[in-house]
Ligand binder design. Structure first.
Ligand SMILES: Nc1ncnc2c1ncn2[C@@H]1O[C@H](COP(=O)(O)OP(=O)(O)OP(=O)(O)O)[C@@H](O)[C@H]1O
Ligand SMILES: [Mg+2]
Length: 226
């Protein structure tokens, strides 16, 4: 059985790479073949560590970079324009199919509705990838009830909401809502039992338990890719 999990977010810097890396680490620890993939990445300047390399390290695979890597640390549509290039779904689909694995964990760039080109967003990319399941990452802080609501509405428009597990990642600085948002999201009927990642290292018990819980939820949801 092949699994393709698209990791999307309510925005940028919300914990997508952290959650994807924790999930990859768990999958590898239980003997699953897993590959982290970052199809589009900006801010690839040859100096800063890339999401692609972080995903590779946690998955224990070599760094294959991104299908579309751009230098400037701005929205991919803008970074691409500055380089006279364009993100194309067909190229990403081919690149993903060339990197086969039991579990493909695919991290998108920025938020679900962030533009990849004048006519493409991560929502279009997500649909094109035909995921078996999705992880929607959001920070465990004030504003998340709104942000998860609207992002799930966008996924619902494509019939993908029922395949989505929400993951909340603890922010560097907690606010008065941190720790209560998962219960509120469930109680308000916005998202069913989000998985909460503490502010902690990959080696911590809390992170490993959250990653195991996320993997179990995804396995429950998934049907094989075509
Ligand atoms: N639960 C957590 N515990 C510890 N550190 C975290 C956690 N969540 C996020 N971080 C850290 O916060 C920063 C931003 O998180 P991350 O890189 O995962 O966000 P992102 O959504 O992938 O961002 P981007 O949109 O740039 O890809 C990183 O330095 C990451 O290591
Ligand atoms: Mg990231």
């Amino acid at each position: 059985m092949k699994y393709r999990v698209v990791v999307c977010g309510t925005g940028t810097e919300v914990g997508k790479t952290h959650v994807a890396c924790a999930l990859l680490g768990h999958l590898v620890s239980v003997g699953e073949g897993a590959l982290g993939l970052k199809p589009v990445e900006s801010g690839v300047d040859g100096e800063s560590e890339t999401d692609a390399s972080l995903l590779a390290r946690r998955g224990g695979t070599r760094d294959i970079g991104a299908c579309f890597a751009f230098n400037d640390p701005v929205s991919p549509h803008l970074a691409a324009r500055r380089e006279g290039r364009a993100v194309e779904l067909s190229a990403i689909r081919l690149w993903i199919s060339e990197h086969d694995a039991g579990w493909q964990v695919v991290e998108t760039a920025g938020g679900l509705l962030s533009p990849l080109s004048p006519k493409l967003t991560n929502l279009d990319l997500t649909r094109a990838l035909e995921p078996t399941a999705l992880v929607l990452c959001a920070p465990d802080r004030l504003g998340v009830l709104h942000d998860v609501t609207v992002t799930l509405m966008a996924l619902r428009s494509l019939g993908l909401e029922s395949r989505t597990v929400v993951a909340l990642s603890a922010p560097a600085i907690a606010d008065d809502s941190t720790g209560s948002n998962a219960v509120e999201l469930t109680g308000l009927g916005i998202a069913d039992r989000p998985v909460v990642f503490p502010r902690a290292t990959f080696e911590s018990r809390g992170t490993q338990d959250a990653a195991a819980a996320l993997a179990a939820r995804l396995t429950d949801l998934m049907s094989p890719t075509l």
